[in-house]
Design a protein around this ligand. Structure first.
Ligand code: HSE
Length: 402
């Protein structure tokens, strides 16, 4: 039997207990050991809960109990969660987590501590919720040089954009409705400004490179400026708009990493990923393209991924599961120097100016009076931005093309 402790009895933590208990026979068989939830750490008491008698308020009870082999960190944050994770690993207890913020910030350091203490730090649930993506990158695709990863990694923003497209509604209206229904957080900044997707692509790109990609150095732009009018033009031109998190090798030594809304062709597999669903599109140099799709959030999908890590730890007791993610910093490309096409929406009066500034593009008409859309040819970001800013009040918006 292996004793388990769950740190944080919120949505994911209670989901972990539910998955272990609901699928008990199967989980134990696959773990090759009986798994027993011995402790649940939380500030609160849960007297009505069937597992209420396992609740403790002092982490030392867990840390000092040598019979606890695996800890599930489902607290979130980078304060107490970081301390408790370190302490558990230093005592040789494996830790499984859904905490993307902590993995993005301290991943290589925690992996190193785990390795030094002959235990494991696993984080399948930190990206894409229930979608298996960390394990494919660590196990199934190890024969590949991964050249690019492009993901729809945030369910809240994908829900908002899908609804804007379907209903012709504006951002504020859809966000408000999503908040009322509980799909979006009351403070939606981390989602709508792209920070959540940024942390997730930092984790994926670090695994792609085997080096550390610092999430704070990733160019990140959110979706708050996207309008219903942008969708009209996108549709007319054969595109949809998605918040994409991208990491792409540029030559031998650099990687382009960014999060931003993009116009993506309607027939691209990622364009078909709608509502709260997430997907990760991986390009390897031997396999070519593969895509991983599913529920990127939610209690049971996320908990299922945590429990899959618990099973992996149980199967590998006393052995370190190799994960290539060194502390060495990866070199990121200057986004301003990268070339791509852009979509712009400007006042009709600026139509001529735009065509002269970006020759060789195409005009898009969407039946909206007083304005036109335009798709440029490939242009350096920095050059585009300077010319776009020079349009001043005559420009309404600009979005990159995938
Ligand atoms: N806020 C996140 C999302 C939850 O909307 O995708 C999962 O990380």
């Amino acid at each position: 039997m292996i004793n388990i402790a769950v740190l944080g009895y919120g949505t994911v933590g209670s989901g972990v207990v539910e998955v272990i208990e609901t699928n008990k026979g199967m989980v134990d068989k696959k773990a090759t050991h009986e798994l027993n939830v011995k402790y649940i750490l939380d500030l609160r008491d849960f007297p009505e809960d069937p597992y209420g008698d396992r609740v403790v308020h002092d982490v030392n009870i867990i840390l000092n109990d040598d019979t606890v082999g695996i800890v599930c960190e489902t607290m979130g944050g980078v304060g107490a969660a970081y301390q408790f994770t370190r302490q558990a690993l230093e005592r040789g207890k494996s830790v499984c987590t859904s905490n993307k913020e902590l993995v993005a910030k301290h991943g290589p350091e925690l992996l190193k501590i785990a390795g030094e203490h002959n235990c494991n730090y696993l984080f399948e649930a930190s990206v894409g919720g229930g979608i298996p993506i960390i394990r494919p990158l660590n196990y199934s695709l190890t024969a590949e040089r991964i050249d690019a990863i492009t993901g729809i990694l945030n369910g809240t923003t994908n829900y908002i954009l899908s609804k804007m497209e379907r209903e012709g509604a504006d951002f504020d209206e859809v966000l408000k409705e999503a908040q009322e229904k509980g799909y979006a957080e009351r403070n939606p900044e981390a989602d709508v400004e792209g920070h959540d997707a940024c942390r997730k692509i930092a984790i994926l790109s670090s695994l792609m490179l085997g080096k550390n990609v610092d999430s704070e150095k990733i160019f990140t732009e959110g979706i708050t400026k996207i309008t219903a009018a942008d969708f009209l033009y996108a549709k007319e031109a054969g595109y949809t708009i998605k918040l994409l998190a991208r990491a792409k090798r540029q030559g031998d030594s650099e990687t382009l990493a960014m999060v931003a809304p993009f116009l993506i062709p309607k027939d691209h597999p990622l364009a078909m990923v709608n509502d709260v669903f997430n997907a990760v599109f991986v390009t390897g140099n031997m396999l070519g393209d593969s895509m991983y799709y599913g529920r990127g959030a939610g209690k049971l999908p996320t908990a299922s991924a945590v429990v899959s890590d618990v099973i992996d730890c149980a199967r590998h007791q006393g052995k370190v599961i190799t994960c290539f993610w060194d502390e060495e910093e990866a070199r990121l490309s200057d986004v301003g120097e990268t070339k791509r096409a852009f979509f712009l929406r400007v006042k009709s009066s600026a139509g001529q100016k735009v065509q002269e500034a970006f020759p060789g593009g195409r005009v898009i008409e969407a039946g909206k009076g007083g304005e036109i859309g335009y798709i440029t040819g490939p242009v350096k970001e920095r050059e585009f931005q300077a010319k776009y800013e020079a349009l001043g009040g005559e420009a309404f918006n600009r979005i990159r093309l995938f």
